[in-house]
Design a protein. Structure first.
Ligand SMILES: [Zn+2]
Length: 432
């Protein structure tokens, strides 16, 4: 049974500019609308199965539910083991189409932040919203992807399309080492011409927005050392300034000297004393010290996010220069961990959004403006962005992601699946 709200929504989508769509595109628009209730039913089943990243059995159960969905569309499914990275594994589905046409990579994930220990497990519908753990992030994204592919199949545009789907099982807490955990995704990114990320759509004040960029996400560790001794000798040639003044000098210079647009760097943890020791998991530090002892060590951990690879590199180089300018009698070492690369706002990404906006115009919908990159965190699509043109935020929109009460705006599944189906069909018809 179709709800009243959808009938109204469908009406709002239809008419004025439908003439701008080809016959196949009109079939896709109506197929997505016709399949709406069965897509929501699939989404409810997926959300009802807990798949917290560390609930490997749960993630694999979700994967088992998705295998037949892709097989029914003519995809060949491969299950990628990730037990060596202490994770549940990935799903890769491949659809071979006509030779020489655009190679498309669709990205989503099967895990959620809600482990079985979370009190938030139930899925339920409230009017035009669906509430449940991972209902947007990212199960709603996966269902949107499937809805788009089903529409393409119905319209006959899937047959010739070259598509690879990668659904990771550890997006919310990536396995270790990271290079292993993302090896398959990166390989598919190197194959692809275009990558579409089905994480949640950005929207502001009811306006759907396009995501053409996301910042890098990196970590750093700073360790300083000094000569311990009686506090009365601090600043003397033999004692020097101690490890804590050196740490504070460096962090304060970071704050004053490195600021620029699109760049942020946070210090998340700091400890100093005689000694200060960072725990093996890098999440704790222990220290002891006294006011009358010059401290011999300090440690700090932080992150760094930037718009481009160049900005990331330049910021870390500037940090290193500050680190090397030691106070007397001290030393310091900066260790950098590059994790998620930037998805930079390239011309190629802008051109993809232009294509999506041409589709919006043909659908009689308003243009999707560019969402500010500095407000969008890193995601799996970041790993392939260096190799492909990419659009993120192709999934549905919702509220309270990663929080109890996460909820999905159901109508955005329809809008996003229609846009994605037409975009992929147009791309599949050409040599990109
Ligand atoms: Zn998430």
């Amino acid at each position: 049974m179709r709800t009243a709200f959808l009938a109204a929504a469908a009406l709002a989508f239809a008419s004025p500019a439908m003439a701008q769509l080809s016959g196949a595109e009109q079939v896709m628009v109506s197929t997505v609308e016709d399949n709406f209730e069965s897509d929501v039913a699939l989404l409810e089943r997926l959300v009802a199965q807990n798949s917290g990243t560390h609930n490997h059995e749960g993630v694999r159960a979700v994967r088992e539910m998705l295998v037949p969905e892709f097989e029914a569309l003519g995809f060949t499914v491969e299950l990628v083991d990730q037990s060596h990275a202490q994770r549940a594994g990935h799903l890769i589905a491949r659809h071979a189409g006509a030779e020489g046409t655009t190679r498309m990579l669709l990205i989503g994930h099967m895990d959620t932040v809600f482990e079985p220990s979370s009190p938030f497990q139930e899925v339920y519908r409230e009017g035009d919203r669906l509430i449940g753990p991972g209902v947007v992030d990212n199960k709603g994204g996966v269902v949107t992807m499937l809805a788009a592919l089903r529409a393409m199949q119905a319209a006959g545009t899937l047959a010739d399309a070259n598509i690879v789907v990668v659904l990771t099982g550890d997006e919310e807490d990536v396995g270790n080492p990271l290079a292993d955990a993302r090896a398959e995704l990166i390989a598919e990114g190197q194959w692809a011409d275009v990558a579409l990320g089905f994480e949640s759509m950005a929207a502001r004040d009811g306006v759907d927005m396009g995501v053409i960029a996301r910042r890098s996400s990196n970590r750093w560790t700073l360790r300083t050392s000094g000569n311990t001794g009686h506090s009365s000798r601090i600043f003397s040639e033999r004692s020097g300034y101690g490890a804590i003044y050196e740490m504070v000098r460096i962090l304060d210079s970071f704050r004053r000297d490195l600021r620029e647009d699109g760049l942020t760097y946070n210090v998340g943890l700091m400890a100093g004393g005689t000694p200060a020791v960072l725990s093996e998991d890098l999440l704790n530090a222990t220290t002891t010290g006294k006011g009358n002892i010059v401290p011999d060590s300090a440690v700090a951990r932080g992150d760094l996010r930037a718009l481009t690879a160049e900005q990331t590199e330049a910021a870390f180089a500037a940090m290193q220069e500050i680190v090397d300018d030691h106070l007397p009698g001290t030393d310091a070492e900066l260790t950098v961990e590059l994790r998620y690369p930037s998805m930079a706002a390239t011309d190629g990404n802008r051109a993809l959004l232009d294509r999506l906006n041409a589709i919006n115009a043909d659908l009689g919908r308003p243009e999707m403006p560019v969402f500010p990159p500095s407000e969008r965190g890193a995601a799996d699509i970041s790993f392939v962005a260096p190799y492909t043109d990419a659009l993120a935020g192709m999934g549905p929109n919702g509220r309270d992601l990663h929080a109890e009460g996460e909820s999905l705006d159901l109508a955005t599944i329809v809008r996003q699946a229609q846009r994605a189906a037409i975009l992929m069909s147009r791309l599949a018809a050409e040599d990109y």
